[in-house]
Design a protein around this ligand. Structure first.
Ligand SMILES: [Zn+2]
Length: 153
């Protein structure tokens, strides 16, 4: 499993994480599924963290958007429409962990879908530090996904 991305895509995710600090940022990863468990990221699609409004979906567990994120169904649909118009697919999501390591939480795992990539950027004291990517295996455990550098488009 590996995920190709460019330096500027990485910078865009870092930047979004820093802007949202101390809250979690989130967004969709638009790109392509390639042979041999590879994915290529083509575009990052920033969305609003809708956690504060997640009560209506029965998800609210008393945590704030400093520890949780939620991408609304409308934002998924919009991202998907945009992806299709460019011949791309949603290949995963990204979110930030303010003052927390770039390791998925149990909440992240419970809310993850197979095949998708889950990128996490840690943001310490407002500075983006580490970017990781994860994908579920057959036992619904997260496996770390390696990055490879893709060419700028
Ligand atoms: Zn998380």
């Amino acid at each position: 499993m590996s995920l190709g991305l460019t330096k500027s895509q990485m910078a865009a995710i870092y930047d979004h994480g820093e802007r949202a600090y101390p809250h979690e940022c989130c967004g969709l990863l638009l790109g392509r599924f390639e042979p041999e468990d590879r994915k290529t990221l083509v575009e990052t699609w920033a969305v609003e963290n809708n956690w504060e409004g997640s009560g209506e979906f029965g998800l609210d567990d008393g945590q704030t958007s400093q520890r949780r994120f939620m991408i609304s169904p409308d934002d998924y649909r919009q991202g998907e429409r945009h992806a299709r118009s460019k011949g791309l697919e949603i290949i995963g999501t990204y979110h930030s962990h303010p003052d927390h390591p770039a390791i998925p939480s149990e909440f992240d795992r419970n809310n993850a879908w197979p095949v998708y990539s889950y990128m996490i950027v840690s943001v310490e004291q407002g500075k983006a530090k580490v970017l990781t990517s994860w994908t579920l295996d057959d036992d619904r455990q997260f496996q770390n996904e390696a990055f490879f550098q893709a060419k700028e488009v």
